[in-house]
Design a protein around this ligand. Sequence first.
Ligand code: BMA
Length: 463
Amino acid sequence: MSGITYKSIKLIYSMPIRNFFLNGRRIPYSGFCYITAFPLSKFPKMKRTYRSTRITGSKLSRLVFPFFTLAALLILSYGMTACGPSDPDDPHSFAGAPTDPDASPQTRALFENLEQIRHDHILFGHQDALAYGVHWIDEPGRSDVLEVAGSYPAIYGWELGRLEHGSERNIDNVDFEQMKGWIREGYERGGVITLSWHFDNPITGGDSWDVEGGHNVIETILPGGVHHDLFTTWLDRFDDFVRDLTAYDGDGNEYLIPVIFRPWHEMNADFFWWGDSFSSREAYRDLYRFTVEYLRDEKGLNNILWAFSPNSLSEFDYDTEYWEWYPGDKYVDILGFDDYYTTWGGYNHEDGVAKMTEYLVWLVEQAEERGKIPALTETGQEQGLTDTDWYTSQMLAAIKGDPVAERIAYLLVWRNSNEETDRQDHFYTPYPGHPAEYDFIQFTEDPLIILEDDLPDMYTTQP
Ligand code: BMA
């Protein structure tokens, strides 16, 4: 069994095998490939990993154990040729590992650890957590999550809107140099970083929500488009920004902090200029792919996990349409969606919590089929947490509605806008004194949910 650990083999007992993971890399199947009667009782750790898979043993399986074990090992040692080798030209053939074959060791470890931890826990994230809260701005060490729940969040979301112009401050008035400091700080404590970007409209100069600039804005920034050169300067600024996010390993070598980058989000809606009504889905896919190829392949940024996140699955026929925007498995590491309304009465569902469970189950199943990491990339209760038990009776209830839904790797709630200088009632975690405080503590104390204090080392590959 050398080189093969319990983590590196995924198998479903007496079922057709769809995905093998061999040393972190998915070996996709073609046709039907069986390993039957594998006695999982001999591999207790494997059993733990598959706690939600129905596994039963039989007398027969014990009798035929040596034969089938040998067969299984033979298949593995032949590099899964019996199941069909991975094809580099097939956009659906790379999975179970970061899409970037040259991902840095820390980035690869982040992918693997998210993949592993999601079987037991969900990381809780908060946007702009260290920059400001409802009642404070830029005060070192502060975070509304910390002050209510006793730990910083496990995931830190940061927004790059206005970076495209070389501005000093982002769309929400956060200083970019300070943001870099907060990113390094969160990372040093063991947290996970994710970046979003509300790009301004390249035609009108208006913001992301400026859809007046006409249709086909995406086409203007693709190669050959009139604003393509402008667009590459935006991506160059991203490259500069990310290259400043460095840390040092034990030997004193400087390396880039891994980040989950989630560009071009909520594209199925109509409120951003890259949204559904304004360009073709094909153009959208090209845009996402170009963004990856430019930053990963041309600029050589090997510290990025790529996240894909349409808006609420309540808004479209997701089972088919989700994939119409999807750029392909070669471009996406984290499969997600954003959802602010489904749980608490939006979209006229009879039971919004049950709907959310259904969506999370779908997401997890899709991600597992492709060897991707499922995540609820943005969520929260709008209008200032008016449902004071939203965290437990809606969000957690939806997650716990099905053991499959529990296998999302993380969820991130949006920012706690400062009530004096920014928007009012635009916050997604309680602050000290808010009536949802107790409920939020209950939520974060659930063994499923983890904050930064409970994170394992996310940046070292586990043996
Ligand atoms: C939106 C709102 C805006 C903000 C933007 C980028 O959802 O929070 O106020 O400017 O995200 O952070």
